[in-house]
Design a binder for this molecule. Structure first.
Ligand SMILES: Cc1cc2nc3c(=O)[nH]c(=O)nc-3n(C[C@H](O)[C@H](O)[C@H](O)COP(=O)(O)OP(=O)(O)OC[C@H]3O[C@@H](n4cnc5c(N)ncnc54)[C@H](O)[C@@H]3O)c2cc1C
Ligand SMILES: *[C@@H]1O[C@H](CO)[C@@H](O)[C@H](O)[C@H]1NC(C)=O
Length: 521
């Protein structure tokens, strides 16, 4: 009797499953018929995904909301023909089925962009002119597993939707440091966290990705299942599919130390040896995290450090941060609190850049306790000259940052299935350098870009002469003209191309998704 009921139940659920799949994923002939009828992707998408497809019309608030939720003005200036806002993995699969068939049939207007919270300022990486943008922001679930070891997050989340839920449980995941930033891009591009010293890059804490492939099938990729695409997605960004769920490790965490320390600019000569010593693997304190920021306002530089110490039992200042704490200060907000408090604090300082023209570009320096302090002082002079040269750019906010990336951080990748960043091949400690500029008027775009490229070339030249140059380019900070994928090294590029050929044989994500950093095949 029991088995009769059980098999009846499973038959029913099978029928429900089959019929729901049929309703949601139309067959190829049905899709082609719709595409031929209207000759347009958006109309076909709208037909199969009613209420999920939004057009640039006054009555469609969802389109306008999506367009206004980018960080930078550059992607916001693009006008997709329609924006698909999926609320389930099945919706994404349906959209990809249509887009895949349409692109094979060479229907026009069917190129597409994938976006998370839209924090890359690079034009075309997360939005598209005259095509389809898949805005993942409604896929923002946060589900903590019963054993409190994993959290399952939708890739459209912003950290501000995740961290408060984890704070309440005295748990953290390894994620971004500013509340408003998105997850989908940050995780698949690597991800630097306040917890990276202890647990590695954000991507290296992922236990599994759910992904919609080019043929619309839904797979799970982990260290034991589809492990090749699992590794490729850790650094490979939008090259392999649409990530629809990220399951990632949780760690117990009580309130910890952190805040911002503003210092007089005269401290800079003290900061270089401090940063270099802190970054050296031999001394590296895994609980310490820092972003040393310089900001120029009206050509005058100032120093603001984002400082974190995640050992809850420590007293302030811990020995590794004591040299910083003992330098002259203008102000400090150092306190013990939960993660959201610190990510909100960073978010607040970045609000003024939201909706404006923004640009990132990045370089990687080898850390060497002997040579680095003098080198960083010289880097500062190049940056300072660039900031002064751009003084007349309207509304310019000119900042640069330095962050330690010691071997300790990237060496953790091997234990969790690896990534494609390729850092292990160097076996060095690194300092990440980031330019972040924000301004008001498009007429200044060319000037800003030219000045950054010139400064970059000068710094690269100096780094090479000092023996401190690294070709590695951090994807999430890279400017449009940089080549982060290539910087992962020939072996990783070859590996990623192989993964692309296997999971996306027609190259949908290479050809039909033109934006972002591609594999070059
Ligand atoms: C204010 C600010 C603070 C930041 N802080 C940090 C930080 O602490 N640590 C750090 O490492 N980085 C940081 N970054 C950089 C950040 O990692 C990138 O901007 C990243 O792209 C943001 O992710 P997103 O989901 O908002 O990306 P989006 O701009 O939406 O997307 C970025 C790229 O990822 C792809 N992508 C997004 N979602 C998916 C998906 N579901 N499937 C497949 N591809 C997808 C897109 O196609 C696009 O090419 C910061 C950026 C800003 C502006
Ligand atoms: C979709 O592609 C994957 C990866 O190439 C393959 O394993 C799977 O069989 C394909 N599914 C269908 C229905 O063709």
């Amino acid at each position: 009797m029991y088995s009769f009921i059980a098999s009846w139940a499973s038959l029913c659920s099978l029928l429900i499953f089959v019929s729901s799949v049929n309703a949601a994923v139309p067959d190829k002939q049905g899709i082609l018929a719709q595409l031929r009828k209207n000759g347009a992707c958006c109309t076909a998408l709208d037909y199969f995904l009613p209420d999920k497809v939004h057009f640039n019309i006054l009555t469609d608030a969802a389109y306008a909301n999506s367009q206004h939720s980018f960080w930078a003005a550059q992607p916001q200036s693009l006008t997709p023909t329609c924006i698909v806002i999926p609320t389930s993995t099945q919706d994404v699969s349906t959209a990809i089925a249509i887009l895949s068939i349409a692109n094979q049939a060479s229907i026009r207007g069917c190129q597409f962009a994938i976006r998370g919270a839209g924090h890359t300022p690079n034009k075309g990486a997360n939005n598209i002119d005259g095509g389809v943008t898949i805005d993942m922001q409604s896929m923002d679930q946060v589900v903590v597993s019963d054993d409190r070891k994993t959290v399952s997050i939708g890739p459209g989340n912003r950290w501000r939707n995740i961290y408060p839920k984890l704070d309440e449980l005295n748990l953290v995941m390894v994620g971004g440091r500013a509340s408003q930033v998105g997850t989908g891009g940050l995780v698949t591009g690597g991800g630097i966290s306040y917890f990276s010293g202890r647990y590695g890059f954000v991507c290296d804490n992922v236990k599994s990705f759910e992904v919609v492939l080019a043929n619309s099938s839904i797979i799970t990729a982990s260290n034991t299942k589809n492990s090749d695409i699992f590794r490729a997605l850790k650094g490979g960004s939008n090259n392999f599919g649409v990530v629809t769920r990220i399951d990632t490790a949780l760690y117990p965490q009580e309130k910890f130390w952190g805040g911002t320390i503003a210092q007089p600019i005269t401290n800079k000569e003290l900061l270089w040896p401090f940063l270099s010593t802190l970054t050296a693997s031999a001394n590296f304190d895994p609980y310490a995290a820092i972003i040393i920021n310089f900001a120029w306002l009206a050509g005058v530089p100032s120093i603001v450090n984002n400082v974190i110490y995640t050992d809850s039992d420590a007293t302030w200042p811990p020995p590794s941060l004591q040299p910083l704490d003992s330098m002259p200060k203008i102000s400090t907000t150092i306190r013990k609190d939960a993660l959201t408090s610190f990510t909100d604090e960073l978010a607040a300082t970045l609000v003024i850049t939201t909706g404006r023209l923004n640009i990132f570009s990045t370089l990687t320096f080898i850390n060497d306790v002997e040579a680095t302090p003098e080198f960083l002082a010289a880097v500062f002079d190049i940056v300072d000259a660039t900031a002064k040269e751009l003084l007349t750019v309207v509304g310019l906010i000119f900042t640069c940052s330095f962050q330690p990336i010691p071997r300790t951080i990237y060496a953790k990748s091997a234990g969790t299935g690896g990534n494609v960043l390729g850092l292990e091949r160097f076996d060095k400690d690194f300092i990440n350098f980031l330019f972040s500029l924000s301004w008001q008027l498009p007429i200044d775009n060319a000037r800003v870009e030219a000045a950054l490229k010139t400064a970059e070339a000068a710094i690269v030249d100096l780094a090479k002469r000092s023996g401190l140059y690294s070709e590695y380019v951090y994807l999430n900070y890279a400017a449009q003209w940089q080549e982060p994928v290539k910087s992962y090294g020939a072996q990783n590029v070859q590996f990623m191309r192989g993964v692309s050929k296997k999971y996306d044989p027609n190259g949908l994500f290479q050809k039909a998704v033109p934006g972002g950093f591609k594999l070059g095949i």
